[in-house]
Design a protein around this ligand. Sequence first.
Ligand code: ZN
Length: 63
Amino acid sequence: MNELTSEVLELLVCPSCHSTLAWDYEASVLECTGADCGLAYPVRDGIPILLIDEARRPGADAN
Ligand SMILES: [Zn+2]
């Protein structure tokens, strides 16, 4: 299975805050929906990398 389905997405939660994730197809990231979290996890070859160390933090590019 190479595609993320809505069924799979429903099973995935942010490992940091356990909020649900929203798939940003164009950016190939899973964005945490937690208001105080907002981490964006990369998706590589259709496989979400749900590691906090791999996640991009909101506003990280601003530094
Ligand atoms: Zn989160």
